[in-house]
Design a protein around this ligand. Structure first.
Ligand code: GTP
Ligand code: SPV
Ligand code: MN
Length: 597
């Protein structure tokens, strides 16, 4: 192995701080995997599942106070606060290092510190980024092994003087009072302490591939986004790719693994999964936008995953998978709400308490077995719809970029924006009901621009400006759309069946990219005409399609005012082109009082 002086010095320095018994370098081998699994089972960190029904699978429970990303404890430690912007928490680098050092100090005494060299993107690709994560958690090691490419090949690719993101992680005492997730973009470093939950602890994921990468991307001329990537193959064998940005727990994994609905089967579509959470986008030599998934696995939401909603996810997570905070059956199976089949007769819930089906709490409410944000970690290669292009260092060319969110009202099922700048505006004004993926009030609507509010590593006003500039740099830019699978009727029921049926919307999206697909012009963009989507075999209640495609002008006027309130947070830093888009939208709405409903 080539000696990387900078790496060795840094590891020595971090080991001096955390004081582990020993430092163990991960090589990425199968033998090493088995050794780590054995050690984790022996210590109780992991439980091996029934090998007949869940071969190679393990169960893990995090501390009940540590089951989601903690955004209020997540900081961008740029030199100036202005660089982090009003939507990020900020600490000066000095304060960040000092406060975290106090928690890290001596925290690994008596235990091992593992060093994980990992590559985001195929090993050795010029577009990939290398990180080295130090951690005292075997659970983290085994998850990183699934989610990223790790070990000796990465260390070899790093070479004697290659650059890498310095990622320090420690569990400490897991108390929220002593938890910090810190990003030092100028130092290319991440320090995370006091959490063992995925998004806080698997530092290759949100910390590196979005917060640090978005910062690097702006300097290097590309984009790091919270997006799925999928390919749609038509019967002639032509595959077109789209990316979609939806906030956490709003349907990326599901859309990325979509199975064509019965009514469209006759058309012979195939859907290929390239990624379900993160896309790195670059302008290709052909002038199009190209997307790479830097990850190698899925860290997917378990509840709601069943053979009707997402059979591909279920098949992917049948072996070699780590289940976190789901229900553990006494028969060494796992189960979750809206999962597959009947729950086990008895088990342990996500809080470590005995559980039986149908249990009620003191107030008569059903006690759930799995936490709403419980997850499975599974290798992408096991997905039946995994694209053969997943490891292609160039990635795949993108025809459409889709923004989406959970909105009970307002946003129609789908609309196409008029041009790139309008598309950026639609992305910048995404709002969604909060889900359980992060601590906070579930159901509350908040602005989540480009689904990146918790993940943009720099000032969001600059991020909008950068998106606008990118549009000028892509000779053949993708078209930009907005979707909403979550519109509800007066009784609060979903108007759209969603899941596989979403292919009907993607079909229209791709038709629009080719200059086909019927649409009417509305103030907010191009909306499908009532007969534009192929609804063969789909029984919708009478009037549902009209409600799904309605544009309520008065409600949109109020929405634009709210855009203004959100943008006012950015004061003098907001691009005039964003303000222009807002004025244009307001004008279009004003010009059509009462119409367009
Ligand atoms: P992160 O991994 O947190 O970034 O989330 P994600 O965007 O990948 O979310 P995921 O696909 O796991 O979806 C989370 C929840 O949305 C699950 O409860 C799904 O059942 C539900 N969901 C996904 N797609 C649809 C849909 O088309 N319609 C409806 N009604 N629900 C959906
Ligand atoms: C999300 O919350 O958007 C996730 C899960 O994809 S985590 O990795 O925890 O961020
Ligand atoms: Mn995500």
């Amino acid at each position: 192995m080539p000696d990387n002086l900078k790496l060795n010095e840094w590891v020595a320095e971090m080991a001096a701080l955390c004081a582990p018994d020993r430092v163990v370098w991960l090589d990425g081998s199968e033998e090493e995997k088995r050794r780590l699994e054995g050690a984790a089972v022996a210590s109780g960190e992991l439980t091996a599942l029934d090998p007949a029904r869940f071969p190679g699978c393990f169960y893990h429970r995090t501390d009940p106070r540590d089951v989601a990303r903690t955004e209020h404890l997540t900081f961008i430690c740029s030199r100036t606060q202005a660089e982090a912007g009003p939507t990020n928490n900020w600490l000066s680098p000095e304060d960040g290092y000092r406060r975290a050092s106090e928690i890290f100090k001596g925290s690994m005494k008596g235990r091992a510190m593992y060093a994980i060299p990992f590559s985001m993107g195929p090993v050795g690709s010029p577009f990939s980024k290398i990180g080295v994560q130090l951690t005292d958690s075997i659970y983290v090691c085994l998850n990183m092994r699934i989610m990223t490419r790790i070990g000796d090949p990465v260390r070899a690719a790093l070479g004697p003087d290659g650059d890498f993101t310095k990622c320090l992680h420690g569990k400490a005492d897991l108390s929220p009072e002593r938890r910090l997730i810190l990003h030092f973009p100028e130092d290319n470093a991440i320090w995370s302490v006091g959490s063992g939950y995925g998004g806080n602890a698997l530092l290759g994921k949100k910390c590196l591939s979005l917060r640090i990468a978005s910062w690097q991307a702006r300097r290097e001329g590309w984009l790091a986004e919270h997006m799925l990537i999928l390919g749609i193959e038509d019967p002639a064998g032509k595959v077109e790719y789209v990316t979609a940005a939806f906030p956490s727990a709003c349907g990326k994994t599901n859309l990325a693994m979509l199975i064509p609905p019965d009514g469209l089967k006759r058309k012979g579509y195939k859907v290929w999964t390239v990624g379900d959470d993160i896309a790195w986008l670059r302008v290709g030599s052909d002038g199009r936008l190209w997307a790479v998934n830097p990850e190698a696995g899925f860290f997917g939401v378990a509840p709601g995953t069943n053979s009707r909603s997402n059979p591909n996810a279920l098949a992917t997570a049948r072996r070699n998978t780590i289940f976190t905070n789901v229900l553990l059956g006494d028969d060494k199976t796992v189960w979750w709400e809206d999962g597959e089949g009947a729950p086990p007769a008895s088990g342990t819930d996500w809080q470590g308490r005995p559980w039986k089906p149908g249990m009620k709490d003191a107030d008569g409410r059903r006690v759930v077995g799995a936490h709403p944000n419980s997850r499975f970690t599974a290798p992408l290669a096991q997905c039946p719809s995994a694209s053969p292009r997943c490891d292609d260092p160039q990635g795949v060319p993108i025809s459409a970029v889709i923004f989406g969110s959970r909105r009970a009202r307002l946003a129609p099922l789908v609309y196409q924006t008029f041009d790139w700048d309008h598309g950026v505006y639609a992305g910048a004004t995404v709002a969604s009901e909060r889900m359980a993926a992060a601590d906070g009030k579930v159901g509350e609507v908040r602005r989540d621009p480009m689904a990146m509010l918790p993940f943009c590593g720099y000032n969001m006003a600059d991020y909008f400006t950068y998106w606008l500039q990118m549009g000028r740099r892509i000779p053949s830019p993708p078209k930009i759309f907005h979707v909403n699978w979550f519109r509800r009727d007066e009784q609060g029921r979903f108007l759209w069946p969603g899941y596989g049926e979403n292919l009907r919307v993607l079909e229209w999206v791709l038709a629009r990219c080719r200059g086909a697909g019927k649409a009417r012009q509305t103030p907010i963009g191009w909306v499908p005409t009532a007969d534009a989507l192929d609804l063969t075999g789909l029984e919708l209640p009478a009037g549902a399609m009209d409600k799904l495609l309605a544009v309520d002008v008065e409600a949109w006027k109020a929405e634009v005012e709210d855009h203004g309130r959100f943008f006012s947070r950015f004061e003098g830093r907001l691009s005039p082109d964003i303000k222009r888009q807002q004025a244009l939208l307001a004008e279009r709405l004003a010009a059509c009082v009462g119409v367009g409903k």
